[in-house]
Design a protein around this ligand. Structure first.
Ligand SMILES: O=C(O)[C@@H]1C=C(O)[C@@H](O)[C@H](O)C1
Length: 152
């Protein structure tokens, strides 16, 4: 079976406000910039990106479930759900896909409640605190993982 030539990009709650939301923390790039940067990085490896952003946990979970049918991996910034959602973590663990966890800010240097990630142990790539360019870094590292799996 050939590996699908597609990644799922998931952005969680409040990331639709990128560009105006606390620019001192998240920068001035918009969600559209994030999706373009991610798509451009994936295209360098012949991959397309299906991008979803939602403020609703169940919508994100449904997209993750669907990705098991036609995606090779998942790049996710779960926003605040990173720190709260067992259900989102379980969805990622339920699909046999490599996951790259992205956070624009350095969550480990922010409020204590942001230091814990429910996603950390189900992701194989972690890009934290590298700003919006971190999404491209996550694609590059996830492709290495996907290639390794494909090579067996
Ligand atoms: O840095 C980020 O991209 C993450 C984005 C959010 O929306 C926060 O809730 C997280 O705590 C951090």
């Amino acid at each position: 079976m050939t590996t699908p030539r597609r990644l799922l990009l998931v952005n969680g709650p409040n990331l639709n406000l990128l560009g105006t939301r606390q620019p001192e923390i998240y920068g001035r790039e918009t969600l559209a910039d994030v999706e373009r940067i991610t798509s451009d990085a994936a295209a360098r490896f012949g991959l397309e990106v299906r991008a979803i952003q939602s403020n609703h946990e169940g919508v994100l979970i449904d997209a993750i479930h669907a990705a098991r049918l036609d995606c090779a991996g998942i790049v996710i910034n779960a926003g605040g759900l990173t720190h709260t959602s067992v259900s989102l973590r379980d969805a990622l663990a339920s699909v046999d896909l490599p996951v790259a966890e992205v956070h624009i800010s350095n969550i480990r240097e922010r409020e204590r409640f942001r230091h814990f990630s429910y996603i950390e142990d189900v992701a194989v790539v972690h890009v934290i605190g590298e700003g919006v360019p971190g999404y491209a870094r996550a694609v590059e590292r996830l492709v290495e993982v996907i290639s390794g799996r494909a090579d067996g």
